[in-house]
Structures are given as structure tokens and as C-alpha cells.
Design a protein around this ligand. Structure first.
Ligand SMILES: Nc1ncnc2c1ncn2[C@@H]1O[C@H](COP(=O)(O)OP(=O)(O)OP(=O)(O)O)[C@@H](O)[C@H]1O
Length: 594
């Protein structure tokens, strides 16, 4: 058998990996040193519950010294844990990370090489009289020698490498220490000033409830710069998670990544962590502390595992419960919430029944009979008739109202899908898309004798509109002030697009598309309103030229009123009719001279 050989590791390569690829900024060295100090204190307190628990950081003259009252290392442990990259005292016998510690990978100390060429560690273990100094260099060499140290604990010293001095400025270090360590349960000082506070503001203690709420609001103002709409308390026992979700007082972009402030064992992991909430939870920003969630190796994000997934589900439930609770106890407040966050709630309603109910009961939609919720609409009008686009609504709302048809504008984001989903969830609710051509069936036909009389006019009008693929119809409908209506049903809209594509496509493709084109009576209709005085007068015209111009003008007007797209042929027609009408309106040369 061939002899087994060990990999050799070139420390320069590892340091390069850490500085350029693992951590997002050299600033993390402060966190890694603090974290080791925290773990050392935690380890010491397991056997000495009343041992001192202090982390003192001294910074100045390009030097940072971190001193802790933790468990320390014996000379043997120094050789064991500091001589091998990837070796950690924080794993159990099976090699698993021990859950009480922050560290687990055995690489954190190396982050010192992001800003210094040398790491100097002096330590004395609890129960040992021998202090020892370990000095590691960024070229991969280290020395171990006896040292002097009175108290149990560890001191780590770094001197700024040229170019890294900014990370050794006292205000910078103080800021970083406060950022990472302000919630730690131990005293942390920078040059003698405490940066650790009183713990998470959501902790349960002797504070009066009003004081606690004020603290939470103040915390949101400090970390997110906003006064929250509401504060939702969070608790996921399986993840050892507690915290709060601050409901944003302004609309957030649902597509924007919602970052949350996550602490692990009271130490800041990330100010912008992903994956904590379901995507729809974009209307809150959370601050949480968890003991059981795992960090990635860079310790800047949450490790995606089953526990994180479970946490996401529980937190989603919690937010949903808050919303539903608001609907029950404070509808006015809910209305204000929806005023801000309706887009998110609607997006959620597309796959969540309770949210759908919330929208149905509480979100006022635009209808042609005033703003009302879908629940009110269904109760008053039976069928929830709706348009899919806002254009359809704008065109048809008035006409439909005049025929006593109530219509909801389903053109806003998610609205028509929400209406459709409502009928699948609740068979009691009848929903129906308003088909523009259905409206025409409600219009009054013109008396046969009169229609016969107007045939010549209608024939001329049809000839004009044949070129545009449109059918002319004469009907009486309200409002009488509306002369004309261009109605296009969904099938006709599809056929229209098909024809337009065919005109542009090459012969082969046009042939393929042609197979789908069904000629027939699903052409769009230009409905002339017989109750409109102008249309009545127009229909009595006899001059074919004038009829042509008038019909073309009415057609153009109908397109514009209905927000229909104007094709090149339509634009040409509008132009022609305008000039034709102008021609007949302005007296000719010979008449003017007379
Ligand atoms: N302040 C300290 N007090 C006592 N032991 C320490 C201290 N700092 C480092 N050590 C020892 O050195 C080892 C390596 O530390 P390092 O920060 O590289 O890795 P880690 O903390 O174990 O894991 P991680 O890479 O996840 O931080 C630790 O496991 C610990 O035994």
C-alpha cells in the first residue's frame, strides 16, 4: 500500500482566499476577535458561573488589543488549536459545532491577517499558572514561548499593516464593536467606554409595557430610520429565535430584497440577511436574535437548511396572524395598512386564502358605481362583473352604468387575478369578465322601418369600414350623449393581432398563422348610437363623400375614446376624414367671392 501523505497548506493562499473571497470587508476582523472572546467567556462560565465576563478593546497608534476574561488556552491547547488551520476547540467529540459557541470553523482568527501581518496572542488557561505567547505571521510561520500574565484569559494584539490603518482608527473600531456587540450579555468596552447595552429591546423585564413599546419604536428609529406602523413580536422556539418585525410606514417595492438584522447568540450576523421571511413579507423589517440558526462560513448570512425553512414558515404564519387579527380588532387601522401595502397583500392573496378574504372584505376597488370592496359589490350586485384592463374599464364604465351593469375595474395590478381566484375559492361568488360585445346585446335595436330607411347610409358606412375590418351597427343606447362606441371582443382582439402579425410575417409564417385566422362575424363593431342627435343627423346624409368623412371621423373618435391603439391605417383615415370635413365646412373660393 502506498504511504498516506498529508496536504500541505500555503497560508498565503488561504489568507488571500479569506480576504478577497470569503469576507465582504476587512472590518470583520473586529467581529472575529470579539467572537472568540465571547466563546472563551462562555466556556469559562460553564465551570465558573461567576467568573468575570469582560471584553476590553484598546485601540490607538495603529494597534488593536482585545483582552478577555475567558477560559484561556494551556500551552498544549495553543499548539493544538492555533497551529492548525481549521482546528477548533468548539466542536464536540464527533466533530460537530457545539451549540453554545459562535465559532465552529477554526479559521476566524486568520481574519486578523486581513489587516495585520502578525497576530500576537497571550493566554493563560483557567486552572493553569503557565501563560504562553503565540505569534503567528501571515507567511504561515508561528512561534510559541512562555509569557507573563496575571489573570486567566487571553489578549490578542494586532498592528496595522501598511494600507490598513483606517481599520485601526479608534472611532471606527468603537463603531464596529458597538455594531457587532451592542446586544452581548457581557461588558464590552472600547478604550474604557462601554459599547454593550442593556440587551435586546424586546426582552421581557421589569419595564412597564409603555416603556417597552417606546424602546422598541426608538430602536426602529435608530436602526432603520423610521417610526414603524406597528411592531409584531416574533418567537420561534425551535430556532431559539426572538425578535420583532417592524411594519414599514411606507410602501416597499415587493421586488426589492428585504434585508433583516439578524443576531446569532446576541452577536450581529448581518444587517441585511436574506431568507428569514417568505418573499411576501416585504412590508416588514425584522430584528431577531437566534441561538440555533447557523451562519455561513463568512458569518455574514444565514445558512440555508431545514431549520431556516421552518423558521420562515413560522414567521410567515405570525405575520399572517397579525394581519388577520387587525381585520378582526381594528378595521380602520387595517384600512390604513392596506392603503400603504396593498400591492404586497394582493400578491399574497393570489396564493393564500386568508389574504384573499382580507382583500375581498377590506380593499376598496374601483367600480363604475363607486369605490367598494368585492364583498360589498357581490352583496349588492350579485355577479362580480369586471374588466381585465383599465382601458376597457375607462371605455365601458359609463356605457355599462347607463345599462345598469355594475363593473369592477380589474386593471390594477393583481385585481383581475384576485377576482378570478375568488370564484375558485368560494363557489357562492359568481364572477364574470365583461365582454365588450356582450354590452351590445343590451342595446336597443332600431325599428325595422327606420333601419330600412337608413340602409343606404349604413351600406356606405360599411363599405368605408370594410377596409378596416370593422362591422357597423346601429343601436339605441344610453348615454345618448355618446355618439359611437368601438367594441372589440376578446376573440376579435386575438384575430386582430394575428392579422397584424401576418401582414408583417414572411410568406411561410403568414401561411401558418393564416390557418388560425377565421374570417367571420367576430370583427370589432362600430356601434352608432341612434339616440345621439349628431348620429341621427349624420345618418340622414346623402352625399357619399360626406358620409365617408363623417363615418371615418366617428370611427376615429371611437378609437380615441376607447383608448384603442391607432394603427397606421387608422391614422391615415383620421387625417383623411379631418381634411374631408374641413373641406366641406370651409366655403370654397367661388362661394367666398360672392
Ligand atoms: N480569545 C480566545 N480565548 C481562548 N481561545 C481562543 C481565543 N481565540 C482563539 N482561541 C482558540 O483558537 C481556536 C481557533 O480560533 P478561530 O477563531 O480561528 O476559530 P473558531 O473560533 O474555532 O471558529 P470560527 O472560524 O468559526 O471562528 C479556537 O477554537 C480557540 O480554541
Amino acid at each position: 500500500m502506498l504511504p498516506q501523505q498529508n496536504f500541505q497548506v500555503d497560508l498565503r493562499g488561504v489568507v488571500d482566499l479569506l480576504s478577497h473571497h470569503l469576507y465582504s470587508s476587512p472590518r470583520v476582523y473586529v467581529r472575529e476577535l470579539m467572537q472568540n472572546a465571547v466563546d472563551a467567556i462562555t466556556a469559562r462560565r460553564r465551570t465558573e458561573p461567576h467568573a468575570p465576563a469582560t471584553i476590553g478593546i484598546t485601540v490607538g497608534d495603529g494597534r488593536v488589543v482585545v483582552e478577555d476574561s475567558g477560559v484561556g488556552l494551556t500551552p498544549v491547547q495553543v499548539r493544538e488549536f492555533l497551529a492548525t488551520i481549521g482546528r477548533s476547540s468548539k466542536r464536540d467529540d464527533l466533530g460537530f459545532a457545539r451549540h453554545e459557541f459562535l465559532g465552529q470553523f477554526g479559521i476566524g482568527l486568520l481574519s486578523g491577517f486581513l489587516v495585520a501581518d502578525q497576530i500576537r496572542l497571550t493566554t493563560r488557561a483557567a486552572g493553569s499558572d503557565d501563560a504562553v505567547a503565540w505569534v503567528g505571521n501571515s507567511d504561515g510561520t508561528y512561534t510559541v514561548s512562555p509569557a507573563e500574565r496575571d489573570s486567566v484569559g487571553t489578549t490578542v494584539t494586532l498592528s496595522a499593516r501598511q494600507g490598513a490603518e483606517q481599520w485601526f482608527e479608534p472611532p471606527t473600531v468603537a463603531e464596529l464593536a458597538a455594531l457587532y456587540g451592542s446586544m452581548l450579555p457581557f461588558e464590552v468596552t472600547v478604550n474604557g467606554t462601554a459599547v454593550s447595552g442593556t440587551g435586546p429591546p424586546w426582552r421581557r423585564d421589569e419595564r412597564r409595557p409603555e416603556q417597552r413599546t417606546a424602546d422598541l419604536v426608538g430602536h426602529a428609529q435608530d436602526v432603520f430610520g423610521m417610526t414603524p406602523f406597528d411592531v409584531v413580536e416574533l418567537d420561534v422556539p425551535e430556532a431559539g429565535l426572538t425578535g420583532v418585525a417592524y411594519v414599514l410606514p411606507f410602501a416597499a417595492n415587493p421586488a426589492a430584497r428585504a434585508g433583516h438584522r439578524v443576531y446569532l447568540k446576541r452577536m450581529l450576523l448581518s444587517e441585511n440577511a436574506d431568507g428569514l421571511l417568505p418573499d411576501w413579507g416585504f412590508f416588514v423589517r425584522c430584528v431577531v436574535d437566534a441561538t440555533e440558526l447557523r451562519p455561513t462560513a463568512s458569518r455574514e448570512a444565514l445558512y440555508s437548511d431545514d431549520l431556516l425553512e421552518h423558521t420562515r414558515e413560522v414567521l410567515g404564519e405570525r405575520l399572517r396572524g397579525w394581519l388577520v387579527g387587525l381585520a378582526r380588532t381594528d378595521p380602520q387601522r387595517l384600512a390604513r395598512f392596506l392603503g400603504i401595502h396593498h400591492l404586497g397583500v394582493k400578491a399574497l392573496a393570489l396564493h393564500d386564502d386568508e389574504m384573499l378574504r382580507l382583500v375581498e372584505q377590506w380593499w376598496p376597488m374601483e367600480t363604475n358605481v363607486g369605490k367598494m370592496t368585492l364583498a360589498e359589490f357581490a352583496a349588492t350586485h350579485g355577479v362580480v362583473r369586471y374588466t381585465v384592463t383599465a382601458e376597457d374599464f375607462r371605455q365601458l364604465a359609463g356605457v355599462a352604468a347607463a345599462q345598469n351593469i355594475a363593473v369592477v375595474n380589474g386593471g390594477y395590478a393583481y385585481d383581475s387575478e384576485i377576482i378570478e381566484r375568488l370564484s375558485t375559492m368560494d363557489t357562492e361568488v359568481k364572477v364574470e369578465q365583461l365582454d365588450p360585445t356582450d354590452l351590445a346585446t343590451r342595446f336597443e335595436s332600431v325599428a325595422p322601418a327606420e333601419e330600412l330607411e337608413l340602409r343606404p347610409f349604413l351600406n356606405t358606412a360599411q363599405r368605408v369600414l370594410d377596409q378596416l375590418g370593422c362591422e357597423v351597427v346601429l343601436r339605441g343606447f344610453e348615454p345618448a350623449s355618446l355618439p359611437v362606441l368601438y367594441l372589440i371582443d376578446r376573440a376579435a382582439a386575438f384575430q386582430g393581432e394575428l392579422r397584424a402579425t401576418r401582414e408583417k410575417a414572411d410568406a411561410l409564417w403568414a401561411g401558418v398563422l393564416g390557418a388560425f385566422d377565421k374570417p367571420g362575424d367576430d370583427r370589432p363593431q362600430l356601434v352608432l348610437n341612434h339616440r345621439n342627435p349628431l348620429v341621427r343627423r349624420t345618418s340622414r346624409l346623402t352625399d357619399p363623400g360626406l358620409i365617408t368623412s363623417a363615418v371615418e371621423a366617428l370611427y376615429g373618435q371611437a378609437l380615441l375614446l376607447g383608448y384603442h391603439p391607432i394603427r397606421p391605417a387608422d391614422a391615415a383615415l383620421l387625417n383623411r376624414s379631418f381634411l374631408g370635413l374641413l373641406e366641406s365646412a370651409v366655403p370654397g373660393e367661388d362661394t367666398r367671392d360672392r
